[in-house]
Structures are given as C-alpha cells and as structure tokens.
Design a protein around this ligand. Structure first.
Ligand SMILES: Nc1nc2c(ncn2[C@@H]2O[C@H](COP(=O)(O)OP(=O)(O)OP(=O)(O)O)[C@@H](O)[C@H]2O)c(=O)[nH]1
Ligand SMILES: [Mg+2]
Length: 176
C-alpha cells in the first residue's frame, strides 16, 4: 500500500459515519481499526474506531487522495493532531440524531480549525431525527461568521461523500 501524498482527514462525532464514508468511497480495501465499543455512554454502537482508518480515491484528473479517518471518542484526541499533519483539508461529520449535535459541531470545529482551516461539514443521520430542525447549523455558522461549506448527507451514499470532497478541493483551489 502506497500512502498518498494528498491527504484528507475525516473527523467528527462518534457514530457520525467517518469509517462508513471512507468505506463508501475508497477504491482499495479500507484499513479500518474497529474495536468493541466500551464507551456506551457516548454512543451505543457495537464497534468504534480506535486508530486510523485509511482508504484511497482517484479523482477525475488522476490525483490520488488518501482518506484518513480519526476516532470519534475524545480520549483519542492526541491522535487527531498527528493525523492532521500535512492534510490538504478536513471533512467534519456530525451526527444529527444526537441532541448535543450543535455542541458537537462547535467542539470539533474548535479543535480541528487549529490544525487546518480547509474544512467542509457534513451533517449525517438526518433521517433519524426529523424533529430537530436543520437550520440550526447554518445559523450557528453565520453567527460565528464561519464560511465552511455545509452539507446534509448520508455517509452510506458514495455520491454524498464525493460531493463534499469535491467542494473541499474546489475551496482549496480557489484559495491557493
Ligand atoms: N441512518 C443513517 N445511518 C448512517 C448515516 N451515516 C452513517 N450511518 C451509519 O452509522 C453507523 C456508524 O457509522 P461509523 O462509520 O462507524 O461511524 P464513525 O464516525 O466511524 O464512528 P466512530 O469510529 O465510533 O467515531 C454505521 O452503521 C453507518 O452505516 C446516515 O446518514 N443515516
Ligand atoms: Mg469510525
């Protein structure tokens, strides 16, 4: 396996779909680091990422991108800064079904913008919490005067993830 020169990092809340997103898009079998979840207080999922997930995708112009997934649990925050080194950008995924989803967004943006300002946000699991409005995220972003592109996506749908990757790359190209 050749680790690609261009690197995009998937970060965000536990269970948001980081591993799933990389699995959806990767052309190579994903190197995943799932282990039995002992943190059921944060999320009741069976398995959780405890290391770094890795996948790859080739874009239309033959540019290969390495897709790196972080563990969602904050006890692994020491890994976050290591993974972010040299990344061209970040995809932050937030699980809308959590009542704390807006706080989660704030926490992850605050943590990760220190490492890289090229961020796109994907709100996932919108099918699971129809009672919570979606406009809260855009309102929060505009209150904070953040210009990060915001998408409502399903991590199981490859086109949804591809759209975010393309938005991220376009933003980077416009900037530099
Ligand atoms: N219903 C629904 N399920 C989703 C969506 N996005 C992802 N999932 C599912 O959510 C579950 C958790 O996804 P993971 O990819 O393990 O989440 P993660 O962000 O890697 O979680 P950690 O590694 O524990 O931080 C999987 O079963 C996904 O298929 C969505 O938009 N809607
Ligand atoms: Mg994971």
């Amino acid at each position: 396996m050749i680790l690609q020169q261009h690197k995009i990092v998937f970060a965000g809340s536990m269970g948001a779909g980081k591993t799933e997103a990389i699995r959806s898009l990767s052309e190579i079998p994903v190197l995943a680091t799932e282990a039995f979840n002992t943190d059921c207080h944060s999320h009741n999922k069976l398995e959780t990422t405890v290391g770094i997930d890795y996948g790859e995708i080739t874009l239309d112009d033959d540019i290969k991108i390495g897709l790196y997934g972080t563990p969602g649990q904050s006890r692994f925050d020491f890994i976050w800064s290591i993974i972010c080194e040299g990344a061209i950008g970040l995809v932050i995924l937030i699980d809308h079904s959590l009542t704390s989803s807006l706080n989660e967004l704030e926490t992850y943006i605050n943590n990760f913008k220190e490492h890289n300002e090229n961020i796109v946000i994907g709100i996932t699991h919108t099918d699971e919490n129809p009672d919570q409005p979606l406009h809260i995220y855009r309102e929060w972003l505009s209150k904070k005067q953040y210009k990060y592109p915001l998408f409502f996506i399903d991590a199981r749908v490859p086109d949804d993830i591809l759209l975010m990757i393309e938005a991220l790359i376009t933003t980077i190209e416009v900037k530099y």
